[in-house]
Write a protein of this length. Structure first.
Length: 239
């Protein structure tokens, strides 16, 4: 019952700059979702995932410049392995140039804004608990996506009950159970560690699809997944 007053009280203690950062984080998260999703209309899923997966490299570089969090050689090797594993998973379905160029560019833009979003979270989370930080960020993100939807004249309806159920599952499982955990970890871990851990999502998704849906895991996916997990391990174990 006292969660909302606590959130409001914590936000009022922030400086104007931190308020700007929180709003900026919400806008950047919305742009990440928008650019990455739209990229799938122009390029293959493999290409989109590959280009958006470069965000750990961007996070490591920017964290070094902005926060002085110089990545250790083991961390750099782990980031390189994780991105290489993502490329292996993408396999032969990567499309470069031609009509796919716009989609590849949008996916790369999604990686860039996501990297800055994580770095903002790394800074602001030192002063806010994960719920107090995440609640306004998700609100701004939702409002920004709604504004983008209106601007590009996309309909909000009709939405079927099936779609609403999927949206609810995304909110409860992926947002509260996923992104909220990432925001919690930003207070204790370098942004590069949090960023590279996102690359484990396709690996876990393939494993769940095999267990729950009976979908076989192709050899390239298994190989790439092993490389990705090895890279995440090296980054996480880096001092």
């Amino acid at each position: 019952m006292n969660a909302l007053p606590d959130v409001h009280a914590a936000l009022t203690t922030l400086s104007r700059r931190d308020h700007v950062l929180v709003v900026g984080a919400g806008i950047l998260l919305a742009l990440h979702f928008a650019t990455w999703t739209v990229s799938l209309f122009y390029t293959s899923v493999a290409s989109s995932v590959l280009f958006v997966s470069v965000h750990p490299m961007l996070v490591a570089a920017l964290a070094w410049v902005l926060f002085g969090e110089a990545p250790r050689p083991r961390a750099l090797l782990g980031i390189g392995l994780s991105v290489a594993g993502s490329a292996i998973i993408a396999g032969g379905d990567v499309r470069l140039g031609g009509g796919a160029l716009a989609g590849d560019g949008l996916a790369l833009a999604g990686a860039a804004v996501f990297a800055v979003y994580l770095l903002i979270g790394r800074r602001v989370r030192q002063r806010l608990d994960p719920v107090t930080y995440s609640a306004p960020v998700y609100l701004v993100c939702a409002l920004t996506l709604a504004a983008i939807t209106v601007a590009v004249r996309q309909p909000f309806v009709p939405v079927t009950l099936h779609n609403l159920a999927l949206f609810l599952a995304l909110a409860l499982v992926c947002t509260l159970g996923g992104h909220l955990v990432y925001n919690w970890s930003l207070r204790y871990l370098d942004a590069a560690v949090v960023s590279v851990s996102f690359l484990g999502e396709p690996v876990l998704a393939s494993g769940l699809a095999w267990l729950l849906l009976g979908q076989p895991v192709p050899p390239l996916t298994a190989l790439g997944g092993a490389v990705v997990l090895s890279g995440i391990y090296l980054v996480a174990r880096s001092p």
